[in-house]
Design a protein around this ligand. Structure first.
Ligand code: RP5
Length: 174
C-alpha cells in the first residue's frame, strides 16, 4: 500500500474503496517518480458537497493535478473539474455490468468548457493518469522532466531487447 506524503502535489480521488485495487497502479507510478500525492475516497453522488469542497480547496492546498477514478455513471472527474481550475485526469473503472464503458463515456464525454483528460479503462488507465500528471508537473520541473525522459528511454531499450530475443528465437527455428 502506498504511503501518503506531507505536501502532496497530486490528489488521487476515487469513488469507493472498491476502486482501490485499480487506483493503486497510479500510486505506484507516482511513488516510482518520487512525486508526492494524497489518496482520498470521495463520491460525486454519495457526498457531493464534500467532493465539491475538496476540489474548491485543492489548488490553495498546493495540489497541482487531480486524478479521479470512478465506475458506473462516473461523475467524479466531471464534478471535480467543475469546481477547480486544476487539470483533472479521469480513470474509468470497470465496476459495473457494462465493464467500464459507461464510466468511460461519462468521463470522456464532458460538455464543451469543462475538460477532463480521460485515460483508458482500468489499471492501464490509472498508470497512464499518473504518467500524464507527471508530464504536466514536468513542464515546470527540470528534474522530473529528466526522469520522464529516462522512463521513455527505458521503454525503448526494453522493446529493443524483446525484439532481439524474438529475432534470436526465429533464427533458431523455435
Ligand atoms: C462508483 O460506484 C465507484 O467509483 C465504484 O466504482 C462503484 C461501486 O462502488 P461501491 O458500491 O463498491 O462502493 O461510485
Amino acid at each position: 500500500m502506498a504511503t501518503q506524503a506531507n505536501d502532496p502535489v497530486v490528489g488521487i480521488v476515487m469513488g469507493s474503496d472498491s476502486d482501490l485495487s485499480v487506483m493503486e497502479a497510479a500510486c505506484q507510478v507516482l511513488e516510482s517518480f518520487q512525486v508526492t500525492f494524497e489518496l482520498r475516497i470521495l463520491s460525486a453522488h454519495r457526498c457531493p458537497q464534500k467532493t465539491s469542497q475538496y476540489a474548491r480547496e485543492a489548488c490553495a492546498r498546493g495540489l497541482r493535478v487531480l486524478i479521479a477514478g470512478a465506475g458506473w455513471a462516473a461523475h467524479l472527474a466531471g464534478v471535480l473539474a467543475a469546481e477547480t481550475t486544476l487539470p483533472v485526469i479521469g480513470v474509468p473503472i470497470a465496476s459495473s455490468p457494462l465493464q467500464g464503458v459507461d464510466a468511460l463515456y461519462a468521463t470522456v464525454q464532458m460538455p464543451p468548457g469543462v475538460p477532463v483528460a480521460t485515460m483508458a479503462i482500468g489499471q492501464g488507465g490509472a498508470r497512464n493518469a499518473a504518467l500524464f500528471a507527471i508530464q504536466i508537473l514536468a513542464l515546470q520541473d527540470v528534474g522530473l522532466a529528466e526522469k520522464f525522459r529516462l522512463h521513455k528511454e527505458e521503454m525503448i531499450a526494453q522493446i529493443a531487447e524483446k525484439d532481439q530475443k524474438l529475432q534470436g528465437r526465429m533464427a533458431g527455428g523455435h
